[in-house]
Design a protein. Structure first.
Ligand code: NA7
Length: 533
């Protein structure tokens, strides 16, 4: 139970909320409380327990950097950490910094209302309690509102069904079962090889074919672990300098700078190395369609070279968007899995799903009998988790109304009409285009410094100015339009995966390093674009 008088309420106990709690409580000495719907810490990593769930950022970069001691004492076991290991890490952080005493678990926030007269946020929970505080900080993640498509007949299905982002804690036993998986995004591509190992039969329902690069995941060697332990400063310096916050730099060369033979050799080397770094082989892959086509062609050839059945290979490699214009997946034997006798691919472009029946999934040209359906169908990204909080700002303004035509924020951190609300990795932040902990730590430090500044200057309200938010929306559009990212017309970056959602490119694509400079500049200009009173 939080104390009656609070300076700040934080919602969400993932990477963002936990660090925000620590900074406000231990650096600024504020009375802070964190409300969390789950029964434990972890956010994304609490909920996403599906088979094969692991992070696509390399483990030594997917962690907090604020504490040298924490960096030095934690040792990751694999190149790409699996969900249970990340959850262990976040639990370790919660214990090490004694965070749990300021967290209420099993507490879902149902409404947040700004009270102008008192200059307080009132936060109501599903248990019927209301807590009040001056500052409200959302740390609800970008991918926490499951998207379960509205396919007719789901209620008739007699088997079991699960969404990957709300996976049962005691797991799902696929042994001997006929499983159908809808969705081939990053999640689906991770799940397929693992489900196929135990299921009697796995049917993969693919709407949009996707690229994937091998992760080449493996246990980390003692040598690598020792190098990490002694190299945090240089690793962090690279992460801070790059657009995506990863521990590798993007090559200086352009595709046209090298001969076709050299290009092929570079792609082969990048393929052998694996991971998201493939995207960094040339500097113009995300801005020049011709350059991108060379990578796309290479990756399609790899699919055709891996998948033995020509028809399956054709459906998997018939990709309609530039490489990395949608979030590029990395995998562990995804395409190879289609060579197993118990795995089948269904092309929903040729024959869409008509309905779910009592016994399975019916497409326009066949019926598939299933015991279990796995929805790897993604999330109502970025705005979805915020809308679920039922936020009401100044003069009764609802966030859902303010953002009817798409989100408007100043830097992804503040929303006009919503004083003293900070949105960690809100729309307009680099967020999902960056290695998340890097972006989160920058946001949290910025918010903490801002609140410290306000307290030092006797200020009690901060509110993003509408003109600043409009200007930032233009900057977000311009940054996206300078790349090939908007060419994937069906991506969740654009909100296109949720019917009825306004199409607007939501994350800031101008790069994390550039964004950090913009934020620092705004601080130096006395919080330009915010009204402080
Ligand atoms: P994504 O990337 O949104 O992928 C969802 C997948 O589900 C994608 O293949 C969709 O096809 C498919 N989908 C969604 N709705 C349907 C319906 N109605 N019918 C058939 N197929 C459908 O979500 P993920 O969970 O894989 O990844 C989200 C992020 O989490 C990831 O990028 C990482 O950042 C971590 P579509 O492409 O829309 O045709």
């Amino acid at each position: 139970m939080p104390p009656a008088s609070l300076d700040a309420i934080i919602i969400g106990a993932g990477f963002a909320g936990m660090y925000q709690l620590l900074t406000l409580r231990d650096r600024l000495g504020l009375h802070v409380h964190l409300l969390e719907a789950a029964s434990g810490v972890g956010g994304t990593w609490f909920w996403n327990r599906y088979p094969g769930a692991r992070c696509d950022s390399e483990s030594h970069s997917y962690c907090y950097g604020f504490s040298k001691e924490l960096l030095e004492e934690w040792e990751w076991s694999e190149r790409y950490p699996e969900q249970p290991e990340i959850l262990r890490y976040l639990n370790h952080v919660a214990d090490r910094f004694d965070l749990r005493r300021n967290i209420s678990f099993n507490t879902r926030v149902t409404a947040c209302t700004y009270d102008e007269a008192a200059n307080l946020w009132h936060v109501t929970t599903a248990t019927g309690e209301t807590h009040s505080a001056r500052y409200l900080i959302t740390a609800v993640g970008c991918l926490s509102s499951a998207n379960i498509p509205n396919i007719p007949g789901l209620e008739d299905f007699q088997g079991q069904w699960y969404h990957t982002g709300e996976w049962p804690h005691d797991g799902v036993d696929f042994t001997g079962k006929r499983v159908g998986q809808i969705g081939t995004g990053s999640t689906g591509i991770q799940a397929v090889p693992v489900i196929a190992e135990t299921a009697a039969h796995l049917t993969v329902f693919q709407r949009t074919a996707n690229y994937s690069v091998p992760a080449h995941n493996a246990p980390l060697t003692r040598e690598f672990k020792n190098w990490v332990k002694t190299s945090h400063a240089e690793i962090r310096a690279v992460m801070k300098s790059t657009p995506n916050g990863h521990p590798f730099t993007i090559a200086d060369r352009k595709v046209a700078d090298v001969s076709p033979e050299e290009r092929e050799a570079l792609y082969e080397a990048a393929w052998a190395k694996g991971g998201l770094q493939f995207r960094a082989t040339f500097q113009d892959l995300l801005v020049n369609r011709q350059a991108n086509d060379t990578a796309a062609d290479f990756l399609k050839r790899k699919i055709r070279g891996t998948v033995k059945d020509p028809k399956t290979a054709e459906i998997l490699s018939d990709i309609d968007h530039p490489y990395a214009a949608k979030r590029p997946p990395i995998d562990s034997h995804y395409f190879e899995t289609f060579n197993r006798p118990n795995v089948e691919l269904v092309d929903l472009r040729a024959a869409p799903i008509e309905r779910i029946t009592q016994t399975g999934i019916k497409t326009t040209d066949a019926e598939y009998n299933l015991d279990i359906i796995v929805f790897a169908t993604g999330f109502d990204a970025m705005t979805g988790p915020l809308f679920r909080l039922n936020l009401t700002g100044r003069d009764g303004l609802k966030l859902t109304d303010a953002w009817r035509a798409g989100p408007e924020t100043w830097l992804g951190l503040g929303v006009p009409g919503f004083p003293n609300l900070f949105t960690i990795t809100g729309p307009g932040s680099p967020s999902v285009l960056c290695n998340m902990p890097v972006c989160i730590e920058q946001h949290v430090d910025w918010i903490t410094d801002c609140i410290a500044h306000m307290r030092a200057h006797g200020q009690t309200t901060i509110e993003a100015q509408p003109e600043a938010a409009l200007k930032w929306s233009d900057a977000v559009d311009a940054a996206a339009n300078a790349t090939l990212l908007p060419e994937a017309g069906h991506s969740w970056y654009l909100g296109a995966n949720v019917p009825g959602k306004p199409r607007r490119f939501m994350p800031y694509a101008g790069g994390m390093a550039h964004y950090r400079n913009i934020c620092n500049d705004i601080t130096a200009k006395n919080y330009e674009g915010f009204t402080l009173a």
